[in-house]
Design a protein. Sequence first.
Length: 176
Amino acid sequence: MSRSIGKYGRRAGFTFVDLTITVLIMSILAAVALPRYVEAMNRFRVKAAAKRIAADLNLARENANSKGGVANGEWASFYPSSDSYKLHGDPDIDHPNDEYVVDLAKTAYPVDLVSAIFTNTQGYSSTQTVKYDMYGRANSGSSPIAPLVFGQIVVQSGSEQWTVSINPTTGKASAQ
């Protein structure tokens, strides 16, 4: 049986020291890259969740506009304690007999729903509900239902936060 002998009379191949140094260098590179990867994933998650919330609010706005407003049940409720929200009056895509509920902790991009604050022209602040009239404008409040002057939903993953703001004039939601 012949053995492979290198140019200088030694066997060709890697030594244990070569392998150890290679693994050590790769471990250092991974340790440097991991925090940046986690940060990028958190940024992706909050951006995706904020854009979904804005799109769902705009869907409720458009549906209120086409159906005739609050009397027909177009509003969104936010539940920060359970990281979820519900669009009342809109069916779930997969279960048409159920209302549209999104649990942000169980999506492909899990995030925390930090807060939802809606203030109307009467000075009443709700931490839960925003309603749309037949013109697509946002309203808030239960007893004094009045036009929205401030609407903001905040989502977070790790140290990254994104905000969904509702324009008080048009009712349109946007992620920032």
